[in-house]
Each structure stands twice: as C-alpha cells, then as structure tokens.
Design a protein around this ligand. Structure first.
Ligand SMILES: NC(=O)c1ccc[n+]([C@@H]2O[C@H](COP(=O)([O-])OP(=O)(O)OC[C@H]3O[C@@H](n4cnc5c(N)ncnc54)[C@H](OP(=O)(O)O)[C@@H]3O)[C@@H](O)[C@H]2O)c1
Length: 307
C-alpha cells in the first residue's frame, strides 16, 4: 500500500510539473511584444512545448530572428506566424485578429504582453507621456482583447493572459503613469472576468511580475539611459518568469505574483498589512529616487545580488 501511495504521489507531482506541456501543446497562442524580453522568451518556451505561435510586435526583423530560433524547437514553418502589430494602432487590430484566425483557424490563448514602462517623476513629466502610456499599455491591450474575445465567446473557450506587473497592485515612485496603466489593466480584467460567468471555459489570467531581466529599461519612456549601468543581475531571470507564467496559464490562475524579494514581500504587506507597506515603501521609494538621480538602476541597491 505504501508503494501504491508513493507511486501515486510521484505521478501527481510529475503530472503537475508537466501540466503546462499537456495544456498548451498544439494550442494556438498569440503573443504580443514577442520581439524582446518576456515575450521573446515566451515564444521559445511555448515552441519547445509544441504550441502553435503567432508572434507580434512592431519590429518585424526582430520577430523573424525570434521565429528562426523557434523553428529549431521542432516547429514547422506554418506553425509560427510573424504578424507585425502596433498596439497603439487600434484600427488595425480587427484585421490582425482575422489574419491569425485565417492562418490557424482559431486562437486558444492570447498573451497580452507588449508594453513599455516609465522612469520619471510626475512633476518633471509632460502629460503627453501619460497619454502615450495609457494608449499603449491599457487601451492597446483592451482593444486587441475585444477582437479576440469575440472569437473566444463564439467558441465558448479560451485564455486571455495579461502581463500586468506588481506595479498593478502597489504604487512606486518614478513610474506613476506606468503604475496607473497596470492598475487600469487589473481593474479592467478583474471586471471582465465577472462579465464572463456564462463562459466558464474562458479564463482571464493576470500575471504580475516584479523586476525581470529584459529590455524594459532601455525602452522606457523618459529616462536618461546614458547614465544607466545596464546591470540586471538583481532581477529575476527571464526564463524563470516565463516558466511560472506558463504554469499559471495552464492552471488558470486568476492572478499570479511572480517576483523575488523584497518586491514579493512588499506585495504581501501591501495586501495584508498596508501600514507596514507604506512605512517600507517610503524608505525604498526614497532610495529609488536617489538612485535614479545619481544614474544607477533605480532598484539596484535594495535587491539581493545574485552571482
Ligand atoms: N521586465 C520587467 O521588469 C517587467 C516587470 C513587470 C511587468 N513587465 C511587463 O512585461 C511586458 C513585457 O516587457 P519586457 O520586460 O519584456 O520589456 P521589453 O524587452 O522592452 O519588451 C517589450 C515588448 O513590447 C513591444 N512593444 C512596445 N511598444 C509596442 C507597440 N506600440 N506595439 C506593439 N508592441 C510593442 C516591444 O516590441 P517592439 O518594440 O518591436 O514593438 C517588445 O517586444 C510589459 O507589458 C511590461 O510592462 C515587465
């Protein structure tokens, strides 16, 4: 009996570890922001699992580079579609959705990943920047979602995964517009989920990463990057963030916080002990602004260095 229980537990452990492979193999997954960082790594891990891919971003040459690497992972030429897409060009989103549907016949998973961050104090920042961040991170994302959701509603199934951020849960200095856009996404998708109760097989999954290695800092709105060291050793490796994103997707988690400490600890405090969170955030925030003004990565000095 002991052996039967042991083997059963082992089986459960292994099947749980492989769940994302079973769930996502052969599925059509559309990833936005796939030309670098988290989206690029999503394309690699999904192609290894055997998902069929549509990859989008503005830079087609970068997408072709990503496609080439995906083709080494047993995907055939027709299993991966490169589709140029500007999230801010909302009038193009219906046609883009139709192109994916024409190619694959269905969309099982949409990963809303494309987006940009910000490094600037509100008092120094033009309102145009706030408008541009909302246009891209929020309106661009919900516009594409609208078209894909119509198709998922017809099929009565699908997954909409949105790469939000821990900044969608808490506030932080130098990123007020970015935080606002991620809070908007959280509010939007948490509300949308409540509108889809008649479609239990459509999942709305919000992924909230802390700092992750990517090109996000090079691509931020309004930072003098010449001063930035570019050291990312204090951030979570991209492959770990993506692996946990896929596990969360396979398990239909409504919300997943994917972060190292101290950001994860701050998230917990923010949720369960806000007075302490404010005490800590005021200290961390002060350091963040000092770092920014002296030209080092805003988060560098309070993160544990990883060798
Ligand atoms: N890295 C982090 O620390 C972190 C933490 C939490 C959340 N996130 C979120 O993760 C997502 C991916 O960011 P990342 O860290 O991987 O940064 P990244 O390396 O800069 O990648 C951003 C991606 O978004 C695409 N993009 C930017 N503007 C676009 C537009 N107008 N239309 C379509 N695509 C656009 C970029 O492609 P093109 O330039 O080719 O268009 C690129 O593929 C973002 O939503 C970000 O907010 C990142």
């Amino acid at each position: 009996i002991k052996w039967v229980i042991f083997i059963h537990l082992l089986y459960l452990m292994i099947s749980d570890m492989c769940l994302e492979k079973h769930e996502l193999r052969g599925k059509v997954v559309w990833v936005t922001g796939a030309s670098s960082g988290i989206g690029e790594e999503l394309a690699y891990q999904l192609s290894k699992i055997g998902a069929l891919l549509a990859i989008s971003a503005r830079r087609e040459d970068e997408l072709e580079r990503v496609k080439k690497k995906c083709l080494r992972n047993n995907l055939g030429e027709k299993d991966i579609l490169v589709l140029r897409l500007d999230l801010t060009d909302r009038s193009s989103h219906e046609a883009a959705t139709n192109s994916v549907l024409k190619h694959f016949g269905k969309i099982d998973v949409l990963v809303n990943n494309g987006g940009r961050s910000q490094r600037s104090l509100f008092v120094d920042t033009n309102l145009d920047v706030y408008s541009a961040i909302m246009e891209l991170n929020y309106l661009g994302t919900i516009s594409l979602t609208k078209h894909v959701l119509n198709h998922m509603i017809q099929r009565k199934k699908g997954k909409i995964v949105t790469v939000s951020s821990v900044m969608g849960i808490m506030g932080a200095p130098l990123a007020s517009g970015y935080c606002a856009s991620k809070h908007a996404l959280q509010g939007f998708f948490n509300s949308l989920r409540t509108e889809l109760t008649d479609y239990p097989e459509i999942s709305i999954i919000n992924i909230c990463p802390g700092p992750v290695q990517s090109k996000i800092i090079q691509n931020v709105f309004t930072e003098n990057l010449a001063k930035n060291s570019g050291d990312q050793s204090h951030k979570m490796p991209t492959d770990r963030c993506v692996r946990l994103t896929l596990v969360s997707t396979a398990n239909d988690l409504k919300e997943a916080w994917i972060s190292d400490h101290p950001y994860l600890a701050v998230c917990y405090l923010w949720q369960y002990a806000p007075t302490w969170a404010w005490w800590l955030m005021n200290r961390m925030g002060k350091r963040r602004i000092q770092n920014f003004k002296s030209g080092v990565d805003a988060d560098a000095s309070y993160s544990r260095k990883k060798k």
